[in-house]
Design a binder for this molecule. Structure first.
Ligand code: HEM
Length: 309
C-alpha cells in the first residue's frame, strides 16, 4: 500500500514539475507579446463572456484593439495560442514551410475528415495537385452560366469574359469580403520552430490568424467600418501589402476555389440586381456577428428587396 502511495506522490511531483517548467517556458515566450493579465489557472478564459456567442467574437476583436496586433492567448493551465495579425508575423506563419492545421479544426474533423482542408504533408500535397487544375481559369471559362440563369435572364449575356467587364462590381465584392470575410480566422500548428518577435517559438505551437481583424487595420483601411469599394481601385490596391487583404488566405494552403467563388458571387449579384434593388432593412445595425464554421449574423439578415419595373 505504501509503495503505491509513494508511486502516486512521485507521479504527482513529476507532473507538477513538468507543468511548472512548461509554464516558465511559456512565460518567457509570452513576454515578447502582449496580452491581458491571465488568471493562474483559467488563463484569459474569463475575458470571454459565457453563453453569448456573438459576445465571444466581439471580445476577440476588442482584445486586438486594446492590446495590439499580436497577442499571446492563455487558455486553461498551460494551454495557449498565439494570435497574429501584423503583416510580418502573418507572413511567418502562413508562409512557414511546414505547418498543420491547429487544434480549432478538431471540431470539424468528424464532418470533413482528412479532406483537403484539414489534411497535411504528402497526403495534402498530392490531393491539392490533383484538384488544382479544376479551378484553372481556362476550365472556368467554359463553365455553369447560361444553364444557371436560364433563357429568361434579362438579356445580360453573362459569360466568363463579360463578367470581367464589371470593374465596380469586382470592387464591391472585394470590399464586402474585407468587411465580412466569411472565413474570419484560420489556424496553423507549427511543425518546425520559428523565430518571432525575437524569441524561438517551438514546433507544436498553435497560431490563429484573425482575417477579420487584419481587414480592419486602421493604418491600412482608414475608417475601417465604412463600406467603400474605392479601396479596391487599382491605385489603392497597389498601396497595400500582400498580407493586408487575405479573404481567401495566402500561401500554399490558400483557397483552391477562390476564382470559382468570385464568379459565383458575381453571377448571383448581377442576376439579383437585374430584378431587384437591394436595400438594408431597418434593423441592420442591430446585427451581431458570430463565427460558426464561417462568419454569420446571430439572427437573420434584414434586407429590403424592391422589384425593378
Ligand atoms: C467566398 C467564398 C470563399 C471564401 C471566403 C473562402 C476562403 C477560404 C480560406 C480562408 C481558406 C483557407 C482555410 C484554412 O487555412 O484553414 C480556404 C480553403 C479552402 N477552400 Fe475556400 N473559400 C471560399 C469558397 C470556396 C469554394 C467555392 C470552394 C470549392 C469549390 C472552396 C474550397 C476550399 C478548399 C478545398 C480549401 C482548402 C485548401 C487547402 O487546404 O489546400 N472554397 N477557403
Amino acid at each position: 500500500m505504501s509503495a503505491v502511495l509513494l508511486l502516486l506522490v512521485m507521479l504527482i511531483v513529476y507532473g507538477v514539475t513538468q507543468a511548472y517548467r512548461k509554464r516558465r517556458e511559456l512565460h518567457h515566450i509570452a513576454a515578447h507579446f502582449t496580452y491581458p493579465k491571465p488568471h493562474w489557472l483559467l488563463g484569459n478564459v474569463l475575458e470571454y463572456p459565457a453563453n453569448d456567442i456573438p459576445g465571444i467574437f466581439e471580445t476577440m476583436v476588442k482584445l486586438h484593439e486594446q492590446y495590439g496586433q499580436d497577442l499571446f492567448n492563455w487558455g486553461l493551465l498551460n494551454d495557449h495560442m498565439i494570435i497574429v495579425s501584423s503583416a510580418t508575423n502573418v507572413e511567418k506563419v502562413a508562409m512557414a514551410k511546414k505547418t498543420e492545421k491547429s487544434q480549432i479544426y478538431d471540431f470539424i474533423k468528424p464532418w470533413l475528415g482528412q479532406g483537403l482542408l484539414i489534411s497535411s504533408g504528402e497526403k495534402w500535397f498530392h490531393r491539392r495537385k490533383i484538384i488544382t487544375p479544376t479551378f484553372h481559369f481556362k476550365i472556368l471559362e467554359g463553365f455553369e452560366i447560361q444553364d444557371v440563369l436560364g433563357p429568361d435572364f434579362r438579356s445580360v449575356p453573362l459569360t466568363y469574359s463579360t463578367l470581367q467587364n464589371f470593374p465596380y462590381l469586382d470592387m464591391v465584392v472585394k470590399e464586402s469580403l474585407r468587411l465580412l470575410p466569411p472565413v474570419s480566422f484560420i489556424g496553423r500548428r507549427l511543425v518546425e520552430d520559428i523565430e518571432m518577435n525575437g524569441v524561438t517559438i517551438p514546433a507544436g505551437t498553435d497560431f490563429t490568424i484573425p482575417i477579420y481583424v487584419i481587414h480592419r487595420n486602421p493604418n491600412v483601411y482608414p475608417d475601417p467600418e465604412r463600406f467603400d469599394p474605392e479601396r479596391f481601385s487599382d491605385e489603392s490596391t497597389q498601396r497595400r501589402g500582400p498580407y493586408d487583404y487575405i479573404p481567401f488566405s495566402i500561401g500554399s494552403r490558400n483557397c483552391i476555389g477562390q476564382r470559382y467563388a468570385l464568379l459565383e458571387m458575381k453571377v448571383s449579384i448581377v442576376r439579383m440586381i437585374s430584378f431587384y434593388r437591394i436595400l438594408p432593412g431597418d434593423t441592420m445595425h442591430e446585427i451581431r456577428l458570430k463565427t460558426d464554421l464561417v462568419l454569420r449574423p446571430d439572427k437573420n439578415i434584414p434586407i429590403k428587396l424592391i422589384a425593378r419595373p
